[in-house]
Design a protein around this ligand. Sequence first.
Ligand SMILES: [Zn+2]
Ligand SMILES: [Zn+2]
Length: 449
Amino acid sequence: MTEELKARVCDAIDAHADDIVAFAKDVQAEPELGYKEVKTTAKVVSIFEGLGLNVETELAITGARARAGSGDFVAAVLGELDALVNPDHPLADPDTGAVHACGHNAQLANLVGTAFGLVASGVVDDIDGSVEFVAVPAEEYLDLDYRRGLHESGDIEFFGGKQELIRRGYVDDWDAAVMMHAGSNTPEREVTSNFSTNGFVGKFVTYRGTEAHAGAAPEEGVNALNAAMLGMNAVNALRETFRDDDHVRVHPIVTRGGDGVNVVPAEVTMESYVRAASIEAVSEANESVNRALSSGAMAVGGDVEIEDYPGYMPLRTNQTLASLYEANARDIVGPDAVTEGRPHLSGSTDMGDITQLVPGLHPWTGGFDGAVHARDFRVVDEEMAYVVPAKLTACTLVDVLTDPEAMNDLRAAKNGKRSRASYLDAVRSFRGTVTESYREDAESDVREE
Ligand SMILES: [Zn+2]
Ligand SMILES: [Zn+2]
């Protein structure tokens, strides 16, 4: 019976293959950044409404969801709405530099394709559970001044769209959550589904000194750029203390290095992430990094302010979902389609946050050449990029929602995960400000809040 349902699902997806590809290209043609995905949301809504679904919008500024089927067990299918900025990409929007160079338009093709498969076929009414189709805002962690503004005005608490969905309670009744992601440099028909990723904290650092004539009177200045360079070198001196298993990554950049070459820099700003494989390792590394960064201000007698923002949580893949997905990939794509092994990847995604609460799956699928985010990233196999993943997702959901044992496994896995309250405590623990002053004329003023 399961096989017959899967055949109906795949037939419905094939019947709508042209619609799915056209939709993916339409999204690609009008890329929008996180929490600004108004047109992209409308495109998804139009397909959901065409399938007769009731759609709720503005989940977190943008975003939409629609539920189909019935039954207590709820499986969510997620697709990310946002693009990223790479003005050098040939498909970049000339005004904003936004471009779908992370393949999120393919995720939306997977989302609507899965909806075509399960809803247009009627299969969703023949299985024992509900499927929630969710178009999610803001996965790329960028355009941060805009998001800090949204945070300050109270429109969002978190920079990641999935984090906001969790905070707003949308995720509470999900028993499983699945999506797909474009594989980097993966033109082949290949699927990598079983891996973990790093979590991270995001960081804004400001060093302040005193300006002075750089030639005539540097002795009257306090050089904030020297403080920043010393801080960065102190971070480098920590690297030998990071344990291999923690997969720590610290990669600061200088966003303002000085204003005029003949003036001692009085204000220098940096941004960084501190990433690691577990929440505990992120916290531990972050504390050391903040201490190291502060040492630069101490050395030159200046000030430092470090603002930490919650980044994303480590991703944990659910083994029941991964093994069902991989079995479908072998059936539908071919016997060699699945990458073996269970790697840890040191990048990050806010799907990690979802998997702190709900059993989840975030497979990388092929059909894309070039590295994600790079100017040469592109689709080279439209069927694999846009159509095949929907079959894998829909068939995996049919497997789950026709198998009481799989649903029990997933519910047991969910019981072992964090509650919303415990998740919010953990993610909020990444927020904080360190302010230290080492001015010669000031009392040593060290405070944390
Ligand atoms: Zn990306
Ligand atoms: Zn992405």
